[in-house]
Ligand binder design. Structure first.
Ligand code: ADP
Ligand code: ZN
Length: 722
């Protein structure tokens, strides 16, 4: 009897599919989530169609029995196809992709309830410094002992001690507590004519339940969110699930609030900041189909939705949709594939679509839906360049006189200002004025960035920090360290010196690291408690502050350095995005762009508003270079703590490269971050014609080689920056 055997993808990326015997009385089929033995261990796995995963046949007598089947719906056929496609396209192990679908194994445990802990407000008699720190940091938050201990940076034992004293109590959390159900017609907006047309197209597509990719292309403030909410409403009416992907978890909080206004309750949120119990509850509701709308970061893409009816990718051009670790996938592209397999529409919403996405429209694969103007009385802001060569700031300052004047006038009118600089910390480089010593990260090829708020130097790549020294470690002189160049903290200092009365706020991942922090920032902005925001890209997206009328881009040239293929495109998107924060209400907005390259095509496009010619020129340049979306790149990154081993392997891979007319291999060369987290990195860049199935070539080529276990080889198909 053939059904007594099952082919299983086991949760171990190093292993291929394995066959098991299905014991008497156990029923499994494709998609079943099972527990299987592996050596002395028990691992989760998923049963797969044997004919789709060829492997060496093992004789019946050598098969081991499956141990059990999880009490969860099987992984559906559309998701199985998506997992196969992703593993194939991005050259990843199916198990690594599957891991994202199962999210966390504990989500599968049968328990209906779990215990969490929170402070009672009682102060223990013996208040050690550790206990004090724990209670202070935990505040009103709740979580498992381990989560609270991590949050408070104390040991589990400290917390258990606090439980004994009664300062912390346990609460039972119902893991099956139902989520509220969004109401399609709770508070529908009155749509403008063009908005209504576009919403109608999206509604029909959802009702049809067929794969249709859309580019929802509208300037910032045109009502894209309002319009795609109509697609969500239609899916709710049909009792099918919607997934809304957002680029940053900092954006979820305002989104949740806005969603609740429209649909009467919040959607289910999925992001890395969830507690274990929240994760478990959300996973179960998503896999049962009970969670009608899920909003999440890219990791929400692979969850086992029971009946997906609509996928939205908001701010679809955002680079954070590209995952750079583990499975190197692009969530925007995988979202479209998921729509294909699930047979549902996919809406990519953006004010500045990526050239790749526009190209799909030109090829007729995606339908473009345009919202040309801002909604209501709001006008698009005017953009003006400030030439930092002819109109420079005073010595030691970074805000040019013209922008200073504009800020004066804006504050005078009691309106809000946003100063944008995509650099965290105080200064990007610290050096000794006496001996020239520069502070470099011991683990990475990167300078340490000074953070004055915490009095530390930090590496923005690996997170390594150290107290800012007063004495140069090289020449031993005291107080000789100087900060070079500006970061947001330095701009905040300058603003405080120029406008001592103004209330400033710094918005970066250092200050807005949780959804609660983000919500608090929004509240203060809306209440008018902030006059000047100084922020990184984190503040450029999604927010809607009607009283914010002036945006100053401190260094528009920042992204143009380095000769990246996408440098001009990214600069354009980022400045358009931050400009979009200005003048969203009834008052008009103005944007000043400080630049040293006023005549660069991207600056010209920004000030003239002629996006079309800019995109056309960029697209032509890509076509000429046979760069994406025309040709294709793949990067092969070879890394090791042992530099020589990495280099040897990289060279061996380059030597073994097959000689194929449609493919060129460059390198190996030190990767852009030649050392990262203590690992030396070498890179080969593969350039291939579109027609070539380059993944198959790379699989055969690299698959035939062996290397030392000290060396890691990762392939990044469609790498984002190089
Ligand atoms: P986008 O997503 O394109 O930036 P939004 O959907 O955020 O635009 O809309 C911008 C602002 O205009 C929001 O405050 C939104 O609530 C408002 N708005 C857009 N369309 C309508 C409408 N039809 N009725 C009421 N308010 C609208
Ligand atoms: Zn580092």
């Amino acid at each position: 009897m053939q059904s007594s055997r099952a082919r299983v993808i086991i949760m171990n990326a190093a292993l291929g599919p394995l066959d098991y015997r299905v014991p008497h009385g156990m029923t499994v089929g494709p998609g079943s989530i099972v527990v299987a033995p592996l050596g002395p261990r028990q691992l989760l796995g998923v049963v797969w169609e044997a004919d789709r995963l060829p492997t060496e046949e093992v004789g019946d007598n050598r098969l081991r029995n499956l141990i059990g089947v999880m009490d969860a719906p099987p992984i559906s056929a559309p998701l199985r196809r998506l997992i196969e496609w992703t593993a194939d396209y991005y050259l990843a192990a199916p198990a690594s992709v599957l891991r994202m679908a199962l999210a966390s194994t504990s989500a599968l445990e049968g328990a209906r309830t779990t215990l969490e802990y929170r402070a009672t407000g009682e102060v223990p008699q013996r208040l050690t410094p550790q206990r004090e720190q724990a209670l202070e940091r935990i505040g009103e938050r709740q979580g498992s002992i381990r989560e609270l201990a991590a949050m408070a940076e104390v040991s589990d034992a400290v917390l258990r001690g606090l439980v004994k004293t009664g300062a912390i109590e346990s609460v039972e959390v119902d893991l099956d507590a139902p989520f509220p159900i969004p109401v399609a017609d709770f508070a529908p907006p009155e749509l403008a004519l063009r908005q209504a047309e576009v919403a109608g197209v999206l509604r029909d597509a959802v009702a049809e339940h067929a794969f249709r990719p859309f580019l929802l292309d509208g300037v910032t403030g045109s009502g894209k969110t309002e319009v795609y909410f109509e697609a969500v409403a239609e899916a709710i009416r049909a009792r099918r699930q919607t997934l809304v992907l957002l680029p940053e978890i900092a954006l979820t909080q305002p989104f949740l609030a806005r969603f609740a206004k429209r649909f009467g309750c919040e959607p289910v949120a999925w992001h890395s900041d969830l507690r274990q119990s929240q994760r478990r509850r959300a996973w179960r509701a998503i896999s049962s189909g009970e969670a009608l709308v899920t909003v999440g970061a890219r990791s929400a893409l692979f969850l086992p939705y029971a009946n997906l009816g609509c996928i939205i990718v908001d701010e679809a051009h955002e680079t954070s949709f590209k995952q750079e670790e583990g499975v190197h996938y692009h969530a925007r592209d995988v979202a479209v594939m998921r729509g294909l397999f699930e047979k549902c529409p996919v809406v990519l919403a953006s004010a500045t679509p990526a050239i790749e996405t526009r190209h799909q429209v030109e090829l007729g694969r995606y339908t473009e839906l345009k919202l040309p103007g801002r909604f209501g009385k709001a006008e698009l802001p005017t953009l003006e360049a400030i030439d930092m060569i002819s109109d420079p700031p005073e010595r030691g300052r970074w805000i040019a006189p013209k922008l200073v004047k504009a800020i004066d006038a804006t504050l005078e009118r009691k309106e809000q200002v946003l100063l944008f600089l995509n650099r965290r910390g105080y200064a990007p480089l610290t050096l000794c004025r006496n001996c020239g010593h520069r502070f470099q990260c011991p683990n990475c090829t990167a300078w340490m960035v000074e953070h004055r708020l915490t009095s530390r130097l930090a590496c923005h790549h690996c997170g390594h920090t150290m107290p800012t020294p007063r004495i140069c470690p090289e020449c031993r002189e005291e107080d000789t360290l100087v900060a070079c160049g500006p970061g947001v903290e330095r701009i905040a200092d300058e603003a405080a010196a120029l406008w001592p009365e103004a209330r400033t706020a710094i918005v970066t991942s250092d200050t807005l690291w949780s959804p609660a922090r983000a919500a608090e920032f929004v509240r203060r902005m809306e209440a008018g408690e902030i006059d000047i925001v100084i922020g990184t890209q984190l503040v450029t997206k999604g927010y809607h502050f009607p009283n914010l009328t002036l945006v100053g881009v401190i260094d528009a040239d920042l992204g143009l350095e380095g000769g990246d293929l996408r440098a001009a495109e990214k600069t354009f998107q980022q400045i358009m995005q931050v400009s979009g924060r200005a003048g969203r209400g009834e008052k008009p907005g103005t944007v000043y762009i400080q630049t040293h390259s006023k005549d660069a095509p991207v600056m010209q496009a920004l000030v003239t508003g002629d996006a079309e010619s800019f995109y056309a020129a960029e697209t032509d340049a890509r076509r000429d270079a046979d760069a994406p979306p025309f040709g294709r790149y793949a990067a092969i990154i070879v890394s090791s703590e042992d530099k020589e081993a990495a280099q040897l392997t990289a060279t061996a891979i380059a030597r073994a490269a097959p000689d194929i007319a449609d493919m060129m291999v460059f390198g190996p060369a030190p990767a852009p971050l030649a050392m990262l987290r203590g690992r030396h990195r070498f890179r080969l860049l593969v350039h291939a014609r579109r027609a070539l199935a380059v993944q198959d070539v790379i699989r055969d080529w690299i698959g035939a080689l062996n290397w030392s276990p000290k060396v890691r080889v990762a392939v990044d198909v469609d790498p984002y920056s190089f």
